[in-house]
Design a protein around this ligand. Structure first.
Ligand SMILES: C[S@@+](CC[C@H](N)C(=O)[O-])C[C@H]1O[C@@H](n2cnc3c(N)ncnc32)[C@H](O)[C@@H]1O
Length: 384
């Protein structure tokens, strides 16, 4: 995580800067930033003569030089204004042009407005979840130029590598959504995706956290809805228990049907990705789960949300949905930003909004979230 540390004995509260918003109930302060490629939040706190300044990862920026420079600029500004010095940072620039990286990314705010299918303008769509360094997606997209591939990936490091690879190959049938895949499937049209590939999703997976897993029951149901008739979800994993949990959910909670001889088969092919090579070296067995959709799902019109929204209650926990104002940040002009968690209570999203004195939520450039059905439902419960 990109960060910097400033050493100073002067309290930050002494600083009069309208771009800095102080929490009303925690030691944190934040600064919303917009560079030419990204809109994000820098989050910091002061303790024991130090200010720790970090990128707020819930705003999901791709960590480009612009982002690193903004964090360092902020650290230097604090150091200068508070008679301190920057004593540590990991913000070395890499020289990668953010406009190249961004050219492959679908902006979640655009996705919320128009839906993914409309942005892609293709009726042949395949999705890979957790693309890592993009090896599988690169080969798939190169050998199927008439199909549009969407990669969903949450992690910065592998994603930047993947995108640079796509750029070097001149691929123009790949788009990336940088967000947690558990929320993204609602933004595809129902019955519109040919395949969903998931290769070695969560090697660190803990079974007591099943409901938080990427391929939990909710995500699998969402995937079922977006698959075309005859469309498939294809999972590869070295973790037999993970395969069992996915098959159990597919068999009991969806109408998808096994498309191989066995529900869980041994995978004897070769997709040659970083994680496949790793597990093969360790002589681990690789399992394949392939399920197919037999019948179309009923189409539903995608709803959207219109800001500003007047807040009725600061905290709602109802029918498995949550809406909670976690923190309120205020600048020296009494302008306010709220940090909210919202959506399904087991796996809520987290974002920042502006808020008026009469409690109306409005979007700021750093309001990064996916307007999935759960998010819409919880916003509906908490607002008028
Ligand atoms: C073990 S790696 C596998 C990468 C690649 N598929 C391969 O075979 O080498 C798992 C990848 O899934 C991504 N991932 C895990 N959970 C995710 C989520 N909820 N949404 C999007 N990506 C996720 C991780 O960031 C990571 O890049």
């Amino acid at each position: 995580m990109p960060h910097a540390i400033v050493e100073t004995e002067t309290p930050i509260i002494a600083l009069d800067n309208k771009d800095i918003f102080f929490s009303k109930k925690s030691p944190f302060f934040i600064m919303p930033v917009s560079t030419r490629c990204e809109d994000f939040i820098i989050r910091a706190y002061q303790k024991d003569g130090r200010i720790i300044i970090k990128l707020d990862k819930t705003t999901y920026p791709l960590v480009t030089d612009d982002v690193k420079r903004s964090i360092l600029d902020f650290a230097e500004l604090l150091a200068e204004s508070l008679n301190g010095k920057v004593i540590h940072h990991n913000l070395k620039e890499t020289g990668k042009d953010c406009t190249v990286l961004k050219s492959y990314l679908l902006d979640v705010r655009e996705i919320n407005k128009r839906g993914i299918n409309d942005l892609l303008g293709s009726d042949r769509i395949r999705v890979e979840v957790g693309i890592g360094k993009g090896e599988f997606l690169l080969k798939a997209a190169k050998s199927n130029p008439n199909i549009t591939f969407v990669g969903i990936e949450i992690a910065n490091e592998p994603l930047s590598k993947a995108v640079m690879r796509f750029y070097k190959e001149g691929l123009n049938n790949v788009k990336i959504v940088k967000y947690d895949a558990r929320y993204v499937f609602d933004l595809f049209e129902v019955n519109s995706v040919e395949r969903v590939y998931v290769n070695f999703p969560e090697p660190w997976f803990k079974f007591k956290k099943l409901k938080h897993a990427l391929l939990n029951v909710d995500t699998l149901k969402k995937i079922e809805r977006v698959l075309k008739k005859g469309g498939r979800i294809e999972l590869l994993t070295d973790n037999l228990a993970y395969a069992v949990s996915v098959v159990t959910a597919l068999e009991t909670q969806t109408a998808l049907k096994n498309a191989q001889e066995r529900c869980i088969d041994v995978f004897r092919g070769n997709i040659d990705t970083y994680f496949e090579r790793r597990w093969r070296r360790k002589k681990r067995t690789i399992y394949s789960v392939i399920y197919e959709k037999q019948n179309k799902s009923v189409s539903v019109e995608r709803k959207n949300v219109n800001f500003p929204l007047k807040i009725r209650q600061n905290y709602v926990l109802e029918s498995g949905f949550i809406f909670k104002i976690l923190d309120i940040f205020e600048n020296s002009s009494d302008q306010r930003i709220v940090e909210i968690t919202f959506g399904r209570s087991v796996n809520p999203q987290h974002s920042y909004f502006g808020i008026t004195n009469s409690d109306e939520l409005f979007l700021i450039p750093q309001s990064i979230f996916v307007a999935d059905e759960d998010a819409l439902k919880s916003l509906e419960l908490a607002t008028i």
